[in-house]
Design a protein around this ligand. Structure first.
Ligand SMILES: *Cc1c(COP(=O)(O)O)cnc(C)c1O
Length: 429
């Protein structure tokens, strides 16, 4: 066994991993088709067939809805916009609460604030990093209007339990599936279990169009409201009597024809992308079983994991080295590893200083029914805080092309580190 690269030995991997790239000749053909048509956007912000976008947008929506087995797909310019539109479409507003996860990208928690509603954080399950139904149930109040669950890292949340909880309380389930396109949940796709699911096509995701997002729903009424919010609802509602005006301040969330055309070719590639990401990750997961103090990803029996990232948990007591020592050593071996996932979202200045809209605390201080949930004390979500502070790290599985060779090198590097952990104990990262 050679010396650890951290202490001057030869690294397991000597070349950088290639960046993950799904953009190729097919996207060039699609982009050229749009450029030659001269129509870069088909939208009109007035009541006409073009209110729903141009041919490429509508083709992408049809293909997306067919792939995921839903009635409606609504293309938008990002998943962030999609989450905002989802809150808006459900009519959620000031005085309402939405239960969110502390362990996600920031927009998963800011979406309710856009409509003046309160994000209420529930804690996560330490095995799947997704909302724990028990903590969600405890967070439900008379003001709760929705649960916004995140299918994090590529693994579905406990969607059946959340679905039942939502039904029982007469509230909606929204799924942020930005990191889990194509993940299976029982006999369906993650993202299609809740009232509205949101996918991302940004450049970091499994498949991408640079920027982009898609909402899906089986509800005709919600689909119409999403389409209205996407395209300046306030300017068209007068011509269509009967529309519920709540949250009908529309935005411009329209996707361009160029983006949609590329999105169509990307969707065609999704099955191969998933096969590649999942097969190799599953072999690594199997290879990492049985190391005391190192926990590979959990995959629930009725789910599939599509590995946006490959999460690992380090138990410093049992492994004998800290997460920081482990990640520093792995990095030195030539393996990209990220030491921690995002800080629990409520610890961000916006929540800590309760300043979102203007300077006077709106909507945090807007009414007198202040609960502890509207303050965001340290310790609010103990599991999320502990994972962030001490245990959770991850391989950025969709930032690089972790091929079969790379996965073997990850395994070799981890075994090398575990075998030589005594040498690492005194190392100060
Ligand atoms: C990437 C991501 C988003 C935001 O996607 P954009 O398309 O960049 O707006 C939202 N939620 C999660 C969990 C994400 O990973």
């Amino acid at each position: 066994m050679t010396q650890l690269a951290l202490f001057g030995g030869p690294p397991v991997r000597t070349t950088p991993l290639p960046r993950w790239n799904t953009i190729g000749a097919e996207e060039q053909v699609a982009a050229r088709r749009v450029l030659e048509s001269g129509v870069l956007s088909g939208y009109v912000g007035a009541w006409s067939p073009a209110f729903y976008g141009g041919p490429e947008v509508q083709m992408l929506e049809c293909a997306w809805a067919a792939y995921f087995g839903v009635r409606h797909a609504i293309a938008v310019n990002s998943a962030t916009s999609g989450l905002y539109a989802a809150i808006g479409a459900l009519g959620i507003g000031p005085g309402d609460e939405v239960i969110v996860s502390p362990c996600s990208m920031s927009a998963s928690a800011t979406a309710p604030l856009i409509y003046g509603a309160m994000p209420v954080f529930a804690d996560i399950d330490p095995a799947t990093y997704t909302l724990h139904p028990d903590t969600v149930e405890r967070a439900i109040s008379a003001r709760t209007r929705a649960i916004l669950a995140v299918n994090l890292f590529g693994h579905p949340a406990d969607l059946q339990a959340l679905r039942q909880l939502a039904r029982r309380h007469g509230i909606a389930l929204i799924e942020d599936s930005a990191q889990a396109p194509g993940a299976r949940y029982q006999d369906r796709y993650a993202g299609t279990i809740g009232e509205i699911g949101v996918f991302s096509l940004n450049c970091h995701k499994h498949i991408q169009t640079g920027e982009g997002g898609i909402c899906v729903t089986n509800d005709d009424h919600l689909a119409e409201r999403l389409q209205l919010i996407r395209n300046h609802a306030e300017a068209v509602v007068e011509a269509r009597p009967g529309i519920d005006l709540a949250n009908m301040i529309g935005w411009n969330y329209r996707m361009t024809e160029l983006t949609a055309a590329i999105g169509g070719t990307q969707l065609e590639k999704l099955p191969q992308v998933l096969e590649h990401k999942m097969r190799i990750a599953e072999s690594l997961r199997a290879a990492l079983h049985g190391i005391d103090g190192l926990t590979p990803p959990t995959v629930r029996p009725d789910c599939s994991h599509v590995y946006y990232t490959f999460p690992l948990q380090i138990d410093a007591q049992r492994l004998g080295i800290s997460r920081a020592q482990f990640t520093a050593a792995l990095h030195a071996e030539g393996i990209p590893i990220v030491e921690r996932y995002v800080k629990p979202l409520y610890l961000a200045p916006m929540f800590q200083q309760r300043m979102a809209w203007g300077r006077d605390g709106f909507p945090f201080t807007a009414d007198s029914g202040t609960t502890t949930a509207r303050r965001y004390p340290v310790g609010l979500c103990a599991t999320a805080e502990r994972l962030y502070a001490e245990t959770l790290c991850y391989l950025p599985w969709c930032a690089y092309d972790f091929d079969t060779t790379a996965a073997q090198q990850v395994r070799d590097a981890i075994y090398k580190i575990v075998e030589q952990r005594d040498a690492l104990r005194a190392y100060q990262p």
